[in-house]
Design a protein around this ligand. Structure first.
Ligand SMILES: [Zn+2]
Ligand SMILES: [Zn+2]
Length: 90
């Protein structure tokens, strides 16, 4: 397998999907063609990490523990800590 050239959907730059990359893709069972160049992929990964970082705080309605939320709290919906969230559905 030789390196193949693709155009990044994010920045429009051409980039090589090298043999090493192709092997990596095969190992991860990725079947899609690569869509982004390396810098754009790294940026996306960082962005998704940022998105997963809890930004909002609420209090568990049962024990009053601080609960960290990724999404803004929904008005009228009670927050639960991990422990009480699980118990609620048992
Ligand atoms: Zn790019
Ligand atoms: Zn609780």
């Amino acid at each position: 397998m030789a390196a193949r050239e693709y155009v990044c959907v994010a920045c429009g730059d051409k980039f090589d999907h090298t043999e090493v990359d192709q092997k990596h893709y095969a190992e991860q069972h990725y079947t899609d063609d690569p869509k982004r160049c390396k810098p754009c992929r790294a940026e996306r990964r960082e962005a998704s990490v940022r998105e997963k970082t809890p930004k909002f705080m609420n209090l568990c309605c049962v024990c009053g523990d601080v609960v960290f939320l990724i999404f803004p709290p929904v008005p009228g919906r009670e927050a639960y800590c991990n422990e009480h969230y699980e118990r609620r559905y048992r």
